[in-house]
Design a protein around this ligand. Structure first.
Ligand code: 13P
Length: 246
């Protein structure tokens, strides 16, 4: 039985006051039935670590550099994330792919850098609306994942995968549980064929997960939890989603 995982992706939101309120509500709401983590803007990592240290809540970054160190202004290395106590880092989010032109090879290199430092990469894959309408969903997500699997070789079973259809992110349009399950099933078969460990790997769903649709999504056989954007910013909503995974 795979343990569920719910990860809040705060994106570029938060403030010291708002974070303190949100994290203290999360701490009070424990224990949850599954694992829970928050991926926060890098400047908030140290205070998040200080607040959550000693609890069963985990934290992580939203991106990392593929490089170990060097003259890369504005970048954050996996080593730095590890030093800040990060359990996870999101790589290949569709917003990074779209606004920062990250391609599959770069995403794979970032995943490798994270794993090398003991930080679990949450590798995002997902199709655009045009790709779905063209019937290319499976081909797109399989290609995105295959580049990462190839790069990581025998370590590929250490990643978490997040299926995030681009058309469902921040739009209020959620994939139906059946649509999401169908893609998760394909991804798990791909992971199983490539690593032999697909049955124990986590595949999260992301894209307009809310308190009222989380339980049905998480009830699908191949959906192991969620990567939550907007609804991760309000304590009551995020707590309800975490409980739906329990
Ligand atoms: P929303 O939950 O706001 O749709 O965002 C999903 C997401 O991009 C999480 O990484």
């Amino acid at each position: 039985m795979r343990r569920k995982l719910v990860v809040g992706n705060w994106k570029m939101h938060g403030s010291r006051a708002a974070n303190a309120e949100l994290l203290s509500a999360l701490l009070k709401a424990r224990p949850f039935g599954g694992d829970v983590a928050v991926c926060v803007p890098a400047v908030f990592l140290n205070e998040t670590a200080a607040t959550l240290a000693g609890s069963d809540l985990r934290w992580g970054g939203q991106d990392c550099s593929a490089h170990e160190q060097g003259a890369y202004t504005g970048e954050i290395s996996a080593t730095m994330l590890a030093e800040a106590g990060c359990r996870y880092v999101i790589v290949g989010h569709s917003e990074r792919r779209a606004y920062h032109r990250e391609d599959d090879a770069l995403v794979a290199a970032k995943a490798q850098a994270a794993l090398a430092r003991g930080v679990t990469p949450i590798v995002c894959v997902g199709e655009t609306l045009a790709q779905r309408e063209a019937g290319d969903t499976e081909a797109v997500v399989k290609r995105q994942l295959s580049v990462v699997i190839h790069q990581l070789a025998h370590c590929a079973s250490e990643i978490v995968v997040a299926y995030e259809p681009v058309w469902a992110i921040g739009t209020g349009l959620t994939a139906t549980p059946e649509q999401a399950q169908a893609v998760h099933h394909v991804l798990r078969a791909q992971l199983q064929a490539a690593t032999g460990h697909g049955e124990r790997m986590k595949i999260l769903y992301g894209g307009s997960v809310k308190a009222d649709n989380a339980a049905t999504l998480f009830g699908q056989p191949d959906i192991d939890g969620g990567l939550i954007g907007g609804a991760a910013l309000k304590a009551a909503d995020f707590i309800a989603i975490c409980r739906a995974a329990g």
